[in-house]
Design a protein around this ligand. Structure first.
Ligand code: PEP
Ligand code: MN
Length: 341
């Protein structure tokens, strides 16, 4: 008989499992105070953490077609043979994690309606699908521009709708989830909040997708455990984002960790987006690093672009123009066509 050592397990239930047997199993899991998730659609029970004895009971019940131990602590994020790749719906006609490269672009901050309308028009014309822009900004200095708040969200939504784009915007505080949710399609969690567990837990309770940026000094395991917080709350729509890390290099703002993209592709079924803007901090480098990220296996890009890059209120040094964005979109598709076949 299979010797089970791992404390976490995917249980593929037998096709013909009776309602009674299933009820019994779920009752036992509840009684044992086990962390688990049951999926009717996938006919699986994922046990994230269990008390001794529960697996023996399952074996005795003879209801499992297969039991797959998951050795990693990020049980729900881990890739396994029943879940190699997740395709996450972003809006009506758009998903990420499939064949299509998804480009999210726009300015660092929402500054005014004119700027965002111009940006939306150009993102769409460049072949991007999602408009980005921060309305709540996590600035290093409390005296820097902090964003327009709800007014900014309204501007983003209107411009995106006019140009048939989806919206991604940053959420800083669990208290803002309700208002941000009214306007955005995707929540962005920034590098400074990757380990804000109160925020991650709340985002586990929403249905809209969450793009989780890697902390600038975080390991891959810490990123995946951050994602696990959201998944454990029941929100399956998590996208990871590599946005550069702190290294000894002083010539660029951060160092884009291309390794992370490929490593994560092997380790998780979640889609991965690359942010070459923050990853380099330098507009001259953004295009090449964007393309390198696609070659490494990224499912999408998050890029800062502005109608007048040099006039950006935040992150102007890394902000590109729309001519460059158009080239990035075109070449990304070509590179994806090569590396994905
Ligand atoms: C941003 O996307 O503008 C941003 C603040 O990103 P990060 O959290 O990666 O610094
Ligand atoms: Mn920025």
């Amino acid at each position: 008989m299979l010797q089970i050592k791992s404390n976490s397990m995917i249980i593929k239930l037998k096709q013909n499992i009776s309602d009674h047997a299933l009820d019994l199993l779920l009752q036992k899991l509840n009684n044992h105070n086990t962390h688990y998730q049951f999926s009717k659609k996938e006919n699986t029970v994922v046990i994230m953490k269990h008390a001794n004895g529960i697996l023996d009971t399952i074996k005795k019940q003879n209801i499992a077609e297969e039991m797959i131990p998951i050795p990693q602590p990020y049980v729900l994020a881990a890739k396994h043979k029943l879940k190699l790749k997740s395709k996450i719906p972003l809006s009506k006609n758009l998903s990420i994690g499939g064949k299509e490269i998804v480009v999210m672009a726009g300015p660092c901050s929402v500054e005014n309606a004119e700027q965002i309308e111009e940006a939306a028009k150009n993102v769409s014309a460049s072949g991007g699908q999602i408009l980005r822009g921060g309305a709540f900004k996590p600035r290093t200095s409390p005296y820097d521009f902090q964003g327009l708040g709800e007014k900014g969200l309204k501007i983003l939504r209107r411009a995106a709708d006019l140009h048939n784009l989806s919206v991604i915007t940053e959420i800083l505080d669990p208290r803002d989830i309700e208002v941000v949710q009214r306007y955005t399609d995707i929540f962005q969690v920034g590098t400074r909040n990757m380990q804000n567990y109160a925020l991650l837990k709340e985002l586990g309770q929403v249905k809209k997708p969450v793009l989780l940026k890697r902390g600038m000094s975080s390991t891959y395991k810490e990123l995946l455990l951050g994602a696990e917080y959201i998944l454990a709350g029941g929100n399956k729509n998590v996208i990871l984002c590599e946005r550069g890390i702190r290294t000894f290099v002083t010539e660029t703002r951060f160092t884009m960790d291309i390794n992370a993209i490929t490593y994560l592709k092997h380790e998780t079924h979640l889609p991965i987006v690359a942010d070459p803007s923050h990853g380099t901090g330098n507009a001259t480098l953004v295009k090449d690093i964007a393309l390198a990220s696609i070659a490494a296996g990224a499912d999408g890009l998050l890029i800062e672009a502005h109608p007048k890059p040099k006039e950006s209120l935040s992150d102007k040094d890394q902000t590109i123009d729309f001519k460059t964005l158009k080239e990035i979109v075109k070449k990304s598709k070509q590179i994806a066509g090569i590396v994905r076949n």
